[in-house]
Design a binder for this molecule. Structure first.
Ligand code: AMP
Length: 192
């Protein structure tokens, strides 16, 4: 099962992806986590990405495509994968489409976690206290939400136009949302 999880910052993508990974037995590929690991390691890429991420801006499409290509070539994605945080704009969606077409592993399904903006802001404020992420400061949060609306929302339309999109209500308990996601992807799992 090759799945793209879409949703604004704070929509619960990361949490649900972790559960889905165990359930579907496929790797969870979070570009945010990959980038944070580069920052923590102090690599050249990490040094380049650090300020951009702290501001809430997007790291360059070329860097992200390189990271995704590299990650997909590791040989553990034969049964599929869950992409979390990628693609985030239309250029990334097209590049991913082309890459997966080339390796014969097209996306089966895109799931968008739908959560109201007010609740997103509340959730991120809670996460900021609990985790202390560098980009969970108010200014960066505003930037990330506006980038989501301007650049990532068209990606939702991209998958809708390709007939691959399921919209899932992301409000409720973790279990509720997880069950809804499983229901949304059930038809695709049966085919695959
Ligand atoms: P996330 O953990 O998915 O919220 O990502 C944290 C930050 O990493 C984002 O605010 C961006 O600065 C960067 N990032 C993650 N994924 C991408 C992507 N697909 N394209 C560009 N930047 C990204």
């Amino acid at each position: 099962m090759r799945l793209v999880l879409l949703g604004a910052p704070g929509s619960g993508k990361g949490t649900q992806a972790t559960r889905l990974k165990d359930h579907l037995q496929v790797p969870h590929i979070s570009t945010g986590d990959l980038l944070r690991a580069e920052v923590a390691a102090g690599s050249k890429l990490g040094l380049e990405a650090k300020e951009i991420m702290a501001r809430g801006d997007l790291v360059s499409d070329a860097i992200l495509l390189g990271m995704i290509e590299d990650r997909l070539s590791r040989g553990d994605t034969g049964n599929g994968f869950i992409l979390d945080g990628y693609p985030r704009n239309l250029a990334q969606a097209s590049a991913l489409d082309a890459l997966l077409g080339r390796i014969g592993q097209p996306i089966d399904c895109a799931v968008q976690l739908d959560v109201d903006t007010e609740l997103l802001v509340e959730r991120i404020a809670g996460r900021a206290k609990a985790e202390g992420r560098a980009d969970d400061n108010p200014e960066s949060v505003r930037k990330r939400l506006s980038i989501y609306n301007e650049q990532t929302a068209p990606v939702v339309d991209f998958y809708r136009q390709h007939g691959m999109l399921s919209v899932v209500n992301g409000v409720g308990t973790l279990d509720d949302v997880f069950t809804r996601i499983l229901e949304a992807i059930a038809p695709v799992r049966e085919v695959g």
